[in-house]
Design a binder for this molecule. Structure first.
Ligand code: ACM
Length: 763
């Protein structure tokens, strides 16, 4: 079918040039499209078409009928419910494969809306599916009512990149098949098309391999560190286990395929291999039994490169090739510190026997061998950028995570590249400074940073740039015990990723994105997705000043903030926040973010008294060096909520800058104790602590990180039954505005004290 001639334009414009919120005369009741990702080309025409329960959906042929059925399933129950009809109605929605037009990619589609209906066309089922996704977003761009009037439009859309990926780490924490399906649904709605599934690591092996049963009976279980791994009633260890059966993997792959998503499995070699070696010690360098790791970081255990181990890995690759029909298999290659290979006479003999160039040469040899095995199964190899260290088979694709240098090197060497730099696209890094963030790495990767990431490095010439297949965000799950945390980490930043991956560079516009983003929130809520509330909520900070309080509000994404100081909930008519509020004590501030006259997130309520201003939580304190700050969850209780602590694991200390110490008689420190559950490999030497002077160490207060000692209090052997202790340190004659630094002495292994709250007690 050819595109129908559209009614003459009154105003036709590229949506990128005019704010999407710009309404025009005669537009009353017509929704303003809120599409994510923004289409490559969208032109508004004169006229409109209403869709309701009487509208027919027509599709000819299996592929179009599938897209039409999927479209109907995408619509929320509260919106219009057009019905599938067998014969074409004069007015309605039509899905059709159009082979007469030449399409730029299988993902391309077109939508035409005029007074007589909606036509969705594509050359391929994938493009038609994306047309259905866009049409569903058009219908959910405004209020959800039984009839929705769409503007007349012409959309011609195709993606900028073919690889629009998301990596989920199911090794560190395990997600159910249903949770993964919900994630695949969300990916498909954002036109993401690669699900990179990280299935093996030091902490767990997550799929069966025929002939190697212990991979799942042993390698799929670990005993979590500390209280999380012990049954409080019996004192017995409680393993954390999980693996996907062959049937479940097939189910996930089929579910993804129905949504035009390829699944790329990852088997990490030669490092991140502890779980496999725990199952079969003969795969490791020492051959000695080891446990599946319950510690995060970089573990030194590597596969050896014996012939028997290579045959094991070839069995694994055969199984992967059987279960995953896609083109790529990810073989890891990251963070394989070579200490064990260097120290082993057997490994050195193997290097000599193979005639390879040292340890990097041995890793490259393993990769080349697996590449041959995989290409015999019709697969291509992809690996983390460390695989560039040795001679890499030309067909291998490089996933650049340590910045973009790996991508540049790889593209210059003629390798295909997927951009996934940790600095911009690691979604386990936290997204705001809010004290309500989930556990993770508090180095910020903001929504704006993700949005503004440019996948094609400027230094590549046009030919080299053709090697950039696309972009991918990664979510590592060390600190994400629940799917709600994974969803918090992903949403809304995954929307920014989708636009980077799909929309032409010329259509990328952060301000326009922020105007469209709020339309996603009810869509996610309807699907039960626990998107992060923190970007849509004010962050409140306060400082005591002149007997009153200075309250500063910020909204992480820059949406309008409104507030009240009389205890009432803010409304669209409440004052807009512009600058720090100076308030007498006691004071109450209720603040909320608004967009288009409607609240975006919850009210944040804070009350301030003389006493409350003398207490700070760990989130409100600085650290001395910020060597490796983590936002860590307590190890217990095994079931239920756990405390969360901000701690610099290399140099644990907490500083209250310019603390109001005049007239303070005592500093109360509430502290918890968590296992030191990290493997740091070569960074171990960065871990510092002050030696204990008494049996269990001391709480130490100083004026500044390396300043004069103010007070020292001995620590007990253990916290109280609730997991905390409160220590009382007397102070005397301190000047105002002293930087108060709080540390705990003693080795941080095997467990370390962490600060929860500090309170200044006046005379
Ligand atoms: C990685 O983050 N180790 C690829």
């Amino acid at each position: 079918m050819k595109p129908r001639t559209l009614v003459p334009l009154v105003v036709a414009f590229c949506m990128g040039l005019l704010p999407m919120s710009a309404a025009r005369a005669g537009d009353a009741g017509i929704v303003i499209p809120k599409l994510l990702p923004q289409p490559a080309h969208m032109v508004r025409m004169q006229g409109s078409f209403a869709i309701d329960g009487n509208t027919g959906i027509h599709a000819d042929g299996v592929v179009a009928r599938t897209a039409a059925t999927q479209f109907a399933a995408m619509l929320p129950a509260s919106g219009p419910q057009p019905k599938r009809v067998a014969s074409k109605t004069p007015e309605g929605i039509a899905f059709a494969i159009d082979v007469a037009q030449s399409w730029p990619s299988p993902d391309a589609y077109a939508i035409d809306i005029d007074a007589s209906g909606v036509r969705v066309r594509a050359g391929d089922g994938k493009g038609l599916y994306y047309g259905a996704v866009t049409l569903a977003q058009l219908l959910t761009s405004g209020e959800s009512t039984a009839s929705v009037r769409l503007p007349a439009l012409h959309i011609d859309d195709a993606p900028r990149f073919g690889w629009r990926g998301l990596m989920l780490d199911s090794a560190r924490h395990f997600q159910s098949v249903d949770d993964i399906k919900r994630l695949l649904d969300a990916m498909a709605q954002l036109k993401l098309d690669v699900f990179h599934w990280h299935l093996t690591d030091d902490q767990g092996w997550r799929f069966p391999v025929p002939g190697w049963p212990k991979l799942t009976t042993v390698g799929a279980c670990r005993i979590p560190s500390g209280d999380g791994g012990i049954d409080a009633a019996t004192g017995k260890p409680v393993p954390y286990c999980g693996f996907y059966s062959e049937a479940q993997i097939r189910e996930v792959v089929a579910y993804a395929a129905a949504r035009h998503i390829d699944v790329v499995p990852e088997v990490d070699i030669p490092g991140h291999a502890t779980a496999a070696i725990a199952a079969y010690p003969q795969l490791g360098v020492s051959g000695q039994p080891i446990a599946v790791s319950s510690e995060w970081g970089v573990n030194v255990n590597l596969f050896n490169a014996d012939e028997a181990t290579m045959r094991f890995l070839e069995d694994v690759m055969a199984q992967v090739a059987k279960l995953f029909p896609g083109r790529y298999v990810h073989i890891g290659g990251d963070e394989a510190v070579k200490d064990q290979w260097k120290a082993s006479a057997k490994m050195q003999a193997r290097i000599h026997e193979l005639g390879v160039n040292g340890e990097e040469g041995l890793q490259a040899w393993m990769i080349a061998r697996l590449e041959r095995a995989l290409s015999a199964h019709g697969k291509r190899v992809i690996g983390w950028d460390e695989i560039l260290a040795g001679k890499l088979p030309q067909s291998a694709t490089v996933m650049s995570w340590r910045g973009t240098d790996g991508a540049i090197d790889a593209a210059r060497q003629g390798h295909d590249v997927v951009m996934a730099p940790a600095s911009d696209l690691y979604l386990d890094y936290l997204q705001t400074d809010s004290p309500e963030e989930i556990p993770g790495r508090p180095t910020l990767v903001t929504l704006k940073q993700v949005y503004e990431f440019e996948p094609v490095p400027k230094v590549l010439d046009a030919q080299q740039a053709t090697h950039i297949l696309g972009v991918q965000a990664n979510v590592w799950t060390e600190h994400m015990r629940t799917i709600a945390r994974v969803q918090h980490a992903l949403f809304p930043r995954i929307e920014a990723l989708a636009e980077v991956a799909w929309s032409p560079k010329s259509e990328r516009d952060y301000a326009g994105f922020l105007r469209r983003l709020p339309a996603m929130l009810p869509r996610w809520r309807a699907q039960g997705i626990a998107y992060a509330a923190t970007p849509f909520q004010p962050i409140v900070t306060s400082d005591a000043q002149d007997g009153g309080v200075q309250v500063t509000l910020s909204e992480p994404l820059g949406y309008t903030l409104r507030y009240t100081t009389d205890g009432s909930a803010p409304t669209a008519a409440s004052p807009e926040y512009y600058a720090t509020l100076g308030l007498p004590l006691p004071a109450a501030v209720n603040a909320q973010a608004f967009f288009d006259g409607k609240p975006l997130g919850a009210v944040v309520a804070r009350a301030f008294t003389i006493t409350s201003l003398l207490t700070r939580s760990d989130e409100e304190l600085a650290t001395c060096t910020r060597k490796l700050v983590l936002r860590l969850e307590d190890d217990g209780p095994r079931i239920g909520d756990r405390a969360i602590f901000n701690v610099d694991i290399f140099d644990p200390c907490w500083t209250w800058k310019r603390a109001p110490l005049t007239g303070i008689a005592e500093v109360q420190v509430r502290a918890g104790r968590i296992p030191y559950f990290f493997q740091l490999a070569h960074d171990e030497s960065s871990r510092v602590f002050k030696p204990a002077r008494t049996a269990h160490g001391e709480l130490e207060l100083r004026a500044g990180c390396d300043g004069q000692a103010l007070a020292t209090v001995p620590l007990p052997a253990q916290p109280d039954a609730d997991g905390f202790i409160t220590l009382h340190a007397p102070l005397r004659g301190m000047p105002a505005n002293t930087d108060l630094c709080i540390r705990f002495t003693g080795d941080t292994r095997p467990a370390m004290w962490v600060l929860d709250r500090v309170t200044l007690v006046p005379h």
